[in-house]
Design a protein around this ligand. Structure first.
Ligand code: G6P
Length: 464
């Protein structure tokens, strides 16, 4: 246990657990990957850790707090109507598209914002009640931007950090938001504000000054009402060693062998793994593949694509129409180029288990990650960490935060479909020597900047 006297409170939209129904009643299981894995190594430095979040379920006030994996979990309840305003509406209908370069239009509705503010207040009050005197509170992501400001008013004794997991747009775009002042002031309630990339940090720094909410102290700090607020980038990583080790386990090795055998004759397997989200460029990737097949630059007998599209936010209109677009394209490609028993695109609108994902990463000769905009894209890092034999090619959009670190990927502009097609062909045809050289360097980067070092460096900076 730690020698530290301080306690840590994590405030995130979601709890790190999901309820599963078992015969003896329901139990909670840890959600795969994500924040909790990143935080576990850092948690030892705190006397105790509390995590506040939504269970993802509909209901009134939250369940009672409970212990899970050494953390005290405090559920924050949302009714169905509140979820529509806060989660579907303001978070995913307004802020998500705005922060992702408006790949889809943002909607601005006053009643969504009112709901968002109400739920942010609920989180802030719950955090104020959960935190000991002088505790450190780490607030996460765009769903909770008002929380740091509200919490500072309620509890000026706390150390407050905020980390945005998604991109932060240039002020020119953010300025459209009718609530730009309140949302920026909310974040500035923190002592430390973290972003995935230096651009995100720089955008926010410029914005705060332009809105008259802070004055420049240095390129990474502001003065806000007599306090110093630091603004820096902390690129998030994954639990590298877990992927590295588990990818070579017996179970995963067997599953990968079976998968290869089921795929039949193709020599090259291309893989996409994404939440079914319009920011991910799934449709453009499929269009590039379709054109390559039509132009005979790739052949269905040699190349196959697996696309896992995890169901996501399926009550939001833009997600419903994306699903239609993607599924139509998959149908067209298989209709034009498939044979009985041998589809060219294997499409899974499903969530895969950790072991299944690892098996997919192992069979994938080429990983396609082509978002129009992405905070980081941890799938890129998961793929690299799973390639313990140093083979495989990564095609990576220049608009993913990961491109700042994974410089030896084949970097591509997803808006340039011709460039994307050539890059896919280059990846398919890449020689062993080159792919090994690139993969070695990618693996070094993913290992060095892992989840534990991310969490520790943010918390150390907050403690300064
Ligand atoms: C992104 C966001 C997270 C969010 C996740 C899944 O990574 O940064 O805050 O939890 O997507 O989306 P969901 O809407 O299912 O929570």
């Amino acid at each position: 246990m730690s020698t530290s006297e301080a306690s840590l409170v994590i405030v995130a939209n979601r709890l790190p657990v999901k309820r599963v129904e078992a015969e003896e009643g329901s139990t909670w299981v840890t959600s795969p990957g994500g924040l909790v894995a990143a935080l576990t190594p850092a948690m030892a430095d705190y006397r105790d850790v509390t995590w506040l979040g939504w269970t993802g379920e509909e209901g009134g006030p939250g369940d009672e707090p409970f212990e899970h994996g050494g953390i005290r979990l405090v559920p924050v309840g949302l009714t169905a109507a509140e979820r529509v305003l806060h989660y579907d509406g303001m978070s995913n209908g307004t802020l998500w598209p705005l922060y992702h370069d408006k790949v889809e239009p943002s909607e601005f509705h006053r009643h969504w914002y009112d709901g968002y503010r109400r739920i942010n207040r609920r989180f802030a009050e719950a955090a104020a009640a959960a935190a000991d005197q002088g505790a450190t509170v780490w607030v996460h992501d765009y769903q909770l931007q008002l929380v740091p400001g509200m919490l500072r008013q309620l509890r000026p004794d706390l150390k407050i950090g905020f980390f945005l997991h998604i991109p932060f747009p240039p002020p020119e775009l953010f300025y459209q938001l009718p609530w730009r002042q309140a949302l920026t002031a909310g974040v500035l309630g923190s002592d430390l504000v973290g972003f995935q990339t230096p651009e995100g940090a720089n955008n926010f720094h410029r914005l705060a000054i332009r809105l008259g909410l802070g004055t420049r102290q240095s390129k990474s700090s502001l003065e806000v009402n007599g306090r110093t607020v630091r603004v820096k980038s902390f690129p998030i990583g994954i639990d590298n060693d877990r992927y590295d080790e588990m990818a070579s386990s017996h179970d995963v090795t067997d599953a990968a062998r079976d998968l290869r055998a089921q795929l039949g004759q193709p020599h090259v397997v291309m893989l996409g793994v994404d939440r079914l989200d319009y920011t991910k460029g799934i449709d453009v990737r499929l269009r590039a593949f379709k054109e390559l097949l039509a132009e005979d630059r790739l052949h269905a007998s040699q190349v196959t694509m697996i696309q896992v599209a995890e169901p996501s936010r399926d009550r939001v209109d833009a997600y419903i129409s994306l699903r239609e677009r993607v599924e139509q394209l998959v149908g067209e490609i298989n209709g034009d180029f498939g044979r009985v028993g041998f589809p060219v695109v294997h499409y899974l609108h499903q969530t895969r288990s950790f072991d299944e994902l690892l098996a997919l990463y192992r069979v994938a000769d080429v990983m396609l990650i082509t978002p129009f905009r992405d905070g980081m894209n941890l799938v890129a890092k998961e793929y690299v960490a799973s390639r313990f034999d140093e083979t495989g090619a990564l095609v990576l959009s220049e608009f993913a935060g990961a491109a700042h670190q994974l410089k030896d990927a084949l970097i591509v502009n997803p808006y340039d479909i011709d460039a994307m097609k050539s890059t896919i062909v280059e990846a398919v045809e890449m020689g062993h020597e080159e792919s090994r050289r690139r993969m070695k360097s990618l693996r070094r980067s993913v290992k060095k900047n892992d989840a534990a070092s991310w969490a520790k460096s943010f918390l150390a900076a907050l403690a300064e």
